[in-house]
Design a protein around this ligand. Sequence first.
Ligand SMILES: [Mn+2]
Length: 418
Amino acid sequence: MKLSSAFLISFYYTVSALPTETFMDRYFGPLLNSNNNQAQIQGHLQHPFARYDPDNDGVQFHDAQVNIPSPDYVSDLGPDNMPEFAGVDGFAHLPIYQCFGLDPDAIKPSFDVAIVGAPFDTGVSYRGGARFGPKGIRSGSRRMGKFGSYSAFHNGFNPYDDWAKVVDCGDAPMTPFDNRIALNQLYRAHRAIHNLTVTNTSKAKELNTTTAPRIITLGGDHTITFSALRSAYEIHGPLAVVHFDSHIDTWDPQVLGGNISTYAHLNHGTFLHFAHEKGYLLDGHNIHVGLRAPYIRRKKDVEHDKECGFAKLSARDIDRIGVAAMARKIKEHVGDAKVYITFDIDVIDPAYAPGTGTTEPGGFSTREILTLLDELQGINLIGADVVEVAPAFDTNGDITVTAAAQVIDSFLQLMIMN
Ligand SMILES: [Mn+2]
């Protein structure tokens, strides 16, 4: 048996390779030979996946020829030819800009929408780990970019390749040792971005916003939303906040943390109490979506939440009225006010988004939440965030970070598709 297969192999080799050219010569010759200085320069190599030819029966080697540029030609080695899984991770392969921390006399950057990371998790009451959220979400966004996006599939629109210049500003430095300093660092980073001017000023005015760039923040635990709201409020005035979350996050600070010390008053379960107290919320236009977590004090939590000015849609409303009706109610509630969406990833069911600090069973599927966000088309979205993504609790399959990245894709669609 061994003898005969060895015979067959040697026979085949002898017959097929007898002409002067070997398989290696035929397919790899231009790469292996030293005379490729003479190879023709063909502008740039195609995207690696562009070899699929739908006019033929699948993937083809078109022929043995491959265009190898001359050894010193490098124009094809830029980010445009990067495979989806490679590269230094800006969100969705966006260019990485230095947007804050600039010298006073440095040339100011200009863009329409900024992605900013807020690596912070010292405001949590349960499992930590959201300080790695920005890194995780960027990693989960690698299959999005100019070459394709999820909104492109559903709505024929690619937010990375339209009128808006979208950039990744990297992370705001946030110290893990003092929440007061950390939250102020994030506020100043946002303020520095809001003080810049958008690239497309006419479009910004048409959309009834200021000429300040809009910001999408990658959390970070939910406390970071307080700093984001503060800076957005200073530019836009009071905001209609759409709060996707399992939890109310309007807890009275005396009930959640504040009984320990004054320092502990502001945390990921009380920031909306403070947003209300500071006047950042536009009265009568704020709404929670997806609530289902236990109250700490049944009656008083509900009363205090009302005092903070929130309407409610619970997770059970997904089955009771459906996501389309939920979207209609949200749109009615915010009207034509300037809207800020703060999105706690724990609003999605732990089956689809386990990578978070405080999981609560019985939430949205990823598909349901993306459909709901699509249905919000037409709101005036001036800022947004996705928070509480803790990659250490995600699966090996990255289901939480890819869901978080798609939610941001939907935010960009709401901001840019008009
Ligand atoms: Mn929350």
